[in-house]
Design a protein around this ligand. Sequence first.
Ligand SMILES: NC(=O)c1ccc[n+]([C@@H]2O[C@H](COP(=O)([O-])OP(=O)(O)OC[C@H]3O[C@@H](n4cnc5c(N)ncnc54)[C@H](O)[C@@H]3O)[C@@H](O)[C@H]2O)c1
Length: 312
Amino acid sequence: MPGKRVLVTGAAGFIGSHTVDRLIADGHSVLGVDDLSTGSEANLQSVSRESRFEFKAADVAEAKEIHSIVESFQPESIIHLAALVSVPRAESEPALNYRLNIQATQEICEAARSHQVRRIVFASSAAVYGECSDLPLAESAPTIPLGQYGSAKRISEQLLAGYHASYGIETVCFRYFNVYGPRQDPASPYSGVVSIFGDRYRAGKPVVIFGDGSQSRDFVYVGDVATANTLASTLESPTSGTFNCCTGISTSLLDLIDVLNERFPGVPKPGHEAARPGDIRHSLGDPSAITAALGFTPSTPFATGLRSLLDV
Ligand SMILES: NC(=O)c1ccc[n+]([C@@H]2O[C@H](COP(=O)([O-])OP(=O)(O)OC[C@H]3O[C@@H](n4cnc5c(N)ncnc54)[C@H](O)[C@@H]3O)[C@@H](O)[C@H]2O)c1
């Protein structure tokens, strides 16, 4: 199968850079676009000398810029990952959330329509479900987002559905659950708990658990997410739909602490503070739809993924 031309927005970020690595390893040609607001070119080091990879620093919410990039690169697919990823910032700056998490999706859709891009793969989030107690969550579960970020992801999904219905652009929305792995910035207070805790244990410092630690998440390894993105953007057969990108396996914070304690036995025991109001207690997805549609199941066991994060 000849390689495809894939444009990746948010390419210098955590999920974006792993997705670029995977696309290049599979023989595709990639244009990575990023404004480097939270991402870093250092994440793209392994592909920087690769002739099938190009990088362009640009703001994806700028219509003119994104149109001219799509026009000149002529991708077969766009993987749209660039976003305002900080949930607290989306709450405190709703206009910025609108620009980056809704308007940018619209610009990507319009550029795809104008320049005959066959397919868009979009980074949605489990945040579209809000706090739903009927676990594991299937894609048919009600979507009642708890704030600006989840609401914007849901609106973007619907924008994409409209472009699919009106213009036949194939659209794949992945609702990522809790993605973890190397290159997730542990310095950010909004980063995933796995990278923050992993970083502290490596430095020999204790962590603080809000609540009793029984809260649980569906942690999905970034390498598996990169595989899903690569598959969805390069499959020959027509592919559209909205899919959970998750493992279907529940891991509590105490499970995470157990693995970390075993690996770093000298680190003092975690402290506990009161649970934070608004924190979702349990989150778990049902991965059967993505498996049926793409023949894909995230396969990295949590202990293996965690090891690769701690070994970096
Ligand atoms: N990490 C997770 O657990 C998770 C879960 C659900 C959804 N997501 C979604 O996955 C996507 C990637 O997230 P991530 O965890 O890799 O975060 P990240 O911050 O590492 O990546 C986002 C990238 O987008 C870039 N960017 C931001 N605004 C831009 C703009 N206007 N123009 C161009 N580039 C811009 C940033 O510089 C960064 O490199 C996001 O859409 C996020 O909402 C992530």
